[in-house]
Design a protein around this ligand. Structure first.
Ligand SMILES: C[S@@+](CC[C@H](N)C(=O)[O-])C[C@H]1O[C@@H](n2cnc3c(N)ncnc32)[C@H](O)[C@@H]1O
Length: 601
C-alpha cells in the first residue's frame, strides 16, 4: 500500500485523506471509495483503512518488491496498454464487461476504463498484494481526475488465479453482455518454476477438470500464461466477446495447437507481433493474441501480422487438413512430403556435465572444461559435434571430444573400473560434479550415466541438423580418427552404416522438396525450431521416389564441394529399397562398400 499511496497525485491524496477522515467507520469509507472509483470492497478489513489514513500523512519512500521471478512479472507499460485498447476500439470492440485475470499494477484496467465508454463491469484477479493496492489507487486517481468518466462496477480480487472460480463469475454475468478478456498473463514456464522451487502452478485436479488441457499435462514444459489463456477460453468462449492478451509467441502457438482438442468456439485468431525488448526489456518473441468468442466457425489457424501494420498478413499458421503447419500458404505445395520418416531421427548424447565429460585436444593431450590436463584411455573417448559444428555441409573435424560411459541407457558402469581404470579414477574424483546434475533422469541410474545413447549412436556415418539454429541445412558427419562422431543433445541425426547411403540421405534432405517442406512446418522463432517430431514428418521415401538418379548426382556434386562423393546407380537403388522398407541401417555391407570420403584435388 505504501508504494501505491506514494504514487498518488497530491490532489487525489487530498480528496482521499479528507474523505477517509470524515467517514464514521470503514463501511462508510468503502461506500465513499465505491462512489469515487467504482471499486467494490476497496478495503477488505478495517485495519487496512487505518493503515491507509496513516500513510496519507507524510510522503512515503517507495520500496519495490524483489524476488518476483516466479510470478512471471512483466508489467505492461501504459503506452502499450493504451495502444492495444485504441486498436480494439478501432476494430469496433465494445465490451460490456472486462476481465483481467492477472491485473498487476492495473495498466490494462486503466486503459480499458478510459477507452471503453460503455463498460458496465470490470473483474480483475491478482496475487501480489502491493499490486492490488497500486491498481486500486491508480483507478481512484483516474476517477478523481476525470469525474465525468463512465464508472462501471469494479471487482478486484486478491487471489491466486488458479484458485479463482471463473465458472462462478460466468454464471453471475448477464447472458447478453459482451465480454473482453484482456491482459498479459505471467511469462514463466513450469520448468523455470521447478528450478525456483515455486508452486505457482495450477493444481493437478484443475488440470484434469478442464477440457482441452490434457495436451498440456502431456507436455514436458509449458508456460503458465498458456494455461491461463486456455482457462479463459474454457470459461468464456461460449459467450459473446473477445480475448486480447499479450503472450510469448510460443504460448500462442501452443494455444492454437490445442484448439481442436479443446473445441473452443473461437474465430479471427490473430497474433500481432510486438517488440518485447522495447516494451518489456525482454529478449523474447511476443505478440498480442486476439480472437473472437462464439464464432460461427471453429478457428484452427492464426494470422500473423505486426502490431504496427495489422492489415498486412505475414503468414497464417495452425491446422490444415489435420496437420499443424507454420505456413498455411506454402503448405499445400509441400504436403506430399509431409508423412512419416522411414528413417528414425535421434537426439544426440546428453550428459549435463560438460566440464567433466567434454574434452579438447591440446598438443595431443586431453584437456577438460576445468582446464586440467588428463591422461585417459582413448577407447571410450569419441569426437563430439555440437550445433555450432553443423554450420558447414560436412563436419570434417568435430570441435570437441566426449567421454562415452555407456553403450545403451541404464547400462551398468561398474566394468569401467577394470576396463578403463584411468577414466574410472577421473570420474570418481569428479563424482561430486556429476552428482550435482539436476535432471531427475540421473537418479536411480548407474553412476556416470549418460542419455541419448544406443546402437544408433555408434553408426559410423550420420546426417545431422541443429535443433537450435534457424538454418535448415543438414550436415554429413563422417567418422573421426576411425570412430563414429557423437552429436550433442542440441542436435538430431539419422545414422548410417555406409558412406553412399549417408551421402544419398544427406543429398535428399538438402533437396528443394525437403527444404520447402521444412519451411512450411518449422517455427523459426521457437527456442528449438527443429524437433524430432518435425523431422519424423519428412517422408524421405516419397522424396526419393520423386528424384531421378541424375538429379541426385547433380545434388551431390553441388553439396559435395571439393569432396568426392560418387554414388553408383546400384547404391541409389539399394537406398530406394531401404527407405521403402523403412529402415536405413539394415543394408547388406557389400552394397555400400565402394565409396570413400576423400577431399578431391
Ligand atoms: C506479465 S505480468 C502482467 C501484469 C498485468 N496483467 C499487466 O499487463 O501489466 C503477470 C502478473 O501475473 C501475476 N501473477 C502471477 N502468478 C499469479 C497467480 N498465480 N495468480 C494471480 N496473479 C498472478 C503477477 O503478480 C503479475 O502481476
Amino acid at each position: 500500500m505504501k508504494s501505491a499511496i506514494a504514487r498518488l497525485s497530491a490532489e487525489t491524496a487530498g480528496v482521499l485523506g479528507e474523505g477517509l477522515r470524515r467517514a464514521a467507520d470503514y463501511a462508510q469509507a468503502n461506500e465513499l471509495l465505491e462512489h469515487l472509483s467504482g471499486i467494490e470492497g476497496f478495503f477488505a478489513r478495517e485495519p487496512e483503512m487505518e493503515q491507509c489514513l496513516a500513510l496519507l500523512e507524510p510522503a512515503v519512500a517507495v520500496a519495490e518488491d524483489s524476488g518476483r521471478r516466479e510470478y512471471g512479472d512483466f508489467q505492461t507499460p501504459a503506452s502499450l496498454t493504451n495502444a492495444i485498447c485504441s486498436r480494439l476500439v478501432q476494430e469496433q470492440l465494445t465490451p460490456d464487461v472486462v476481465i483481467e485475470p492477472t491485473f498487476g499494477q492495473g495498466t490494462f484496467l486503466i486503459s480499458a476504463l478510459t477507452h471503453f465508454p460503455a463498460l458496465k463491469a470490470v473483474h480483475g484477479v491478482e496475487i501480489h498484494e502491493p499490486y492490488c493496492w497500486q491498481a486500486k489507487f491508480a483507478i481512484l486517481e483516474l476517477f478523481v481526475r476525470n469525474p465525468a468518466l463512465n464508472r462501471p462496477r469494479i471487482f478486484l480480487h486478491r487471489s491466486d488465479v488458479f484458485k479463482f472460480d471463473f465458472r462462478a463469475l460466468t454464471t453471475q454475468l448477464n447472458g447478453q453482455d459482451t465480454v473482453l478478456v484482456l491482459g498479459n498473463p505471467p511469462w514463466i514456464t513450469n520448468a523455470e518454476l521447478g528450478s525456483l522451487k515455486s508452486s505457482n502452478l495450477p493444481r493437478k485436479t484443475n488440470l484434469k477438470a478442464l477440457r482441452g488441457l490434457d495436451a498440456i499435462t502431456g507436455k514436458g514444459n509449458f508456460d503458465i500464461g498458456e494455461y491461463i489463456i486456455l482457462m479463459m477460453l474454457e470459461a468464456f468462449s461460449r459467450r459473446k466477446g473477445w480475448l486480447a492478451m499479450l503472450a510469448k509467441n510460443s504460448v500462442i502457438r501452443n494455444v492454437v495447437y490445442d484448439l481442436p482438442r479443446a473445441m473452443h468456439r473461437i474465430g479471427d485468431a490473430r497474433a500481432q507481433k510486438i517488440d518485447a525488448q522495447d516494451h518489456f526489456g525482454a529478449s523474447v518473441d511476443a505478440s498480442l493474441f486476439t480472437c473472437r468468442f462464439l464464432a460461427d466457425t471453429n478457428a484452427r489457424t492464426c494470422k500473423v501480422t505486426s502490431f504496427d501494420n495489422p492489415a498486412s498478413v505475414e503468414r497464417v499458421f495452425g491446422w490444415i487438413d489435420g496437420r499443424f503447419v507454420s505456413d498455411a500458404a506454402t503448405y499445400p505445395k509441400n504436403r506430399r512430403y509431409d508423412g512419416i520418416s522411414p528413417l528414425v531421427w535421434r537426439q544426440g548424447v546428453k550428459h549435463d556435465c560438460s566440464q567433466i565429460m567434454e574434452l579438447r585436444l591440446r598438443d595431443g593431450k586431453y584437456m577438460n572444461g576445468l582446464g586440467s590436463e588428463l591422461d585417459l584411455e582413448p577407447e571410450p573417448i569419441y569426437g563430439l559435434a555440437k550445433s555450432s559444428d553443423l554450420g558447414s555441409p560436412v563436419v570434417a573435424k568435430p570441435s570437441r571430444l566426449v567421454i562415452i560411459t555407456q553403450h545403451k541407457i541404464g547400462e551398468d558402469t561398474a566394468h569401467l573400473a577394470e576396463d578403463f581404470p584411468k577414466l574410472h579414477r577421473y570420474l570418481s574424483e569428479n563424482a561430486s560434479l556429476l552428482l550435482q546434475r539436476k535432471s531427475s533422469i540421473y537418479r536411480n541410474n548407474p553412476p556416470y550415466s549418460i542419455f541419448g545413447i544406443g546402437d544408433y549412436s555408434f553408426k559410423p556415418y550420420k546426417v545431422a541438423i541443429s535443433g537450435l539454429y534457424k538454418r535448415s541445412g543438414f550436415s554429413l558427419v563422417p567418422p573421426f580418427e576411425g570412430k563414429p562422431v557423437m552429436l550433442d543433445d542440441t542436435c538430431y541425426f539419422v545414422g548410417f552404416e555406409h558412406l553412399p547411403e549417408a551421402a544419398i540421405g544427406w543429398a535428399l534432405l538438402n533437396s528443394e522438396p525437403v527444404q520447402a517442406l521444412l519451411g512450411s512446418l518449422v517455427f523459426l522463432d521457437a527456442k528449438r525450431p527443429y524437433t524430432k517430431q518435425i523431422l519424423m514428418r519428412i517422408a524421405l521415401d516419397r522424396v526419393a521416389s520423386d528424384t531421378s538418379f541424375p538429379v541426385l548426382v547433380s545434388l551431390l556434386h553441388r553439396l559435395g564441394q571439393g569432396l568426392c562423393l560418387d554414388v553408383t546407380e546400384r547404391d541409389w537403388h539399394a537406398f530406394l529399397e531401404v527407405v521403402k522398407r523403412g529402415e536405413a541401417t539394415v543394408s547388406p555391407p557389400s552394397l555400400f562398400a565402394s565409396t570413400a570420403l576423400s577431399p578431391t584435388g
